[in-house]
Design a protein around this ligand. Structure first.
Ligand SMILES: N[C@@H](CCC(=O)N[C@@H](CS)C(=O)NCC(=O)O)C(=O)O
Length: 316
């Protein structure tokens, strides 16, 4: 299979006037009933990092849909290599070997899926959804992986729940879109900015959106579905960023106009999400914190991992 998009440079190397530009994901096939990638249990495998907010979305979805024994998972080491690549390190607590392909690094998986990968300028990202049948990558875009997991429910696998009910789909997509550039990608744009102006633009947009979300959540448990609301993909896509915010982004990415704990409704939303059955187990706080402070040596030269925060962190 060929990746659908080829652009030069690893994800952290693309800048325009000091602004961080995220590259688009390369593998964009979909699991569809009767399609090349049919809906089957025990066929697909996730490669994730517990540090990564995008990968966290896919793990939460797998848990909430009851797919733990249908879709298997391997976890890379929290230490990202200097070139942005990921390695397997079963010695590390919470990490695993590559139990499907026996590779030492995620690059090995991308090479298997596309033989020209190693000649290319790209570095493979997590999450990756792997297909055992065709021995290739189906998709490496978290939002699409989350959406396609609903197909397992429709096909009678898992617990039958839907995280994207048809009648809410438009609202869910609008909410995910509204949060993506400002919040999910916004923390990276803030942290990786290389000019004062780029930083200020990103951090301002980030907190404007957090202020809006705080108001939106007044009297609501979940982002979409009116006053009663139901937990949907919109919540799953926002939560991993908020969960890392006070722990990492406030300090490491200079997202420090406020903390999440200063927003009562956002803080309650984070706690509500963590209290959902199985979700706390998807939150590996040490991987989250150690990864960022250790891996981005360009913004944290001596790789010092701060001890705090004591207040508001969900690490205990
Ligand atoms: N658009 C992707 C983004 C995935 C992504 O950027 N993952 C990061 C970890 S948080 C990664 O693997 N970066 C390594 C690299 O690109 O070199 C998605 O949402 O799945």
């Amino acid at each position: 299979m060929e990746p659908s998009d080829e652009q030069a440079g690893a994800w952290t190397e693309a800048f325009d006037s000091g602004k961080f530009i995220r590259k688009s994901s390369e593998f964009r096939d979909l699991i569809q009933p009767g399609g090349t990638f049919d809906v089957e249990p025990h066929r697909y495998h996730l490669y994730v990092s517990h540090a990564c907010p995008w990968a966290h979305r896919t793990l939460i979805t797998r848990t909430l849909l009851g797919l733990e024994d249908k879709v298997s998972v391997d976890v890379v080491d929290w230490r990202m290599n200097q070139d942005g690549s990921w390695s397997f390190n079963p010695e590390e607590e919470g990490a695993t070997a590559d139990t499907v392909n026996g590779e030492a690094s995620l690059e090995g998986i991308y090479n298997r899926a596309f033989s020209g990968w190693k000649e290319g300028p790209r570095i493979g990202t997590v999450p990756v959804l792997w297909d055992r049948t065709h021995a290739t990558i189906v998709n490496n875009e978290s939002r699409e992986i989350v959406r396609m997991f609903d197909e397992f429910s429709k096909a009678g696998f898992g617990n039958g729940r839907s995280l994207c009910p048809e009648e809410l789909k438009t609202d869910i997509d609008a909410m995910i879109d509204a949060n993506y550039e400002s919040v999910n990608n916004g923390v990276y744009k803030t942290g990786f900015a290389r000019t004062q102006a780029a930083y200020e633009e990103a951090v301002t947009a980030l907190f404007e959106r957090l202020d809006e979300l705080e108001l939106h959540l007044e009297g609501r448990d979940w982002l979409v579905g009116g006053q009663k609301g139901v937990l949907t993909e919109a919540d799953i896509c926002l939560f991993p960023t908020l969960a890392r915010f006070d722990l990492v982004y406030v300090v490491h990415f200079k997202c420090n106009l406020r903390r999440i704990i200063d927003y009562p409704n956002l803080q309650a939303f984070v706690e509500r999400m963590i209290d959902q059955e199985g979700i706390r187990e998807t939150c590996h706080w040490h991987h989250m914190k150690a990864h960022y402070f250790w891996s981005h040596q360009n913004i944290n030269t001596f790789r010092i991992i701060p001890l705090g925060p004591l207040e508001g962190a969900h690490t205990r």
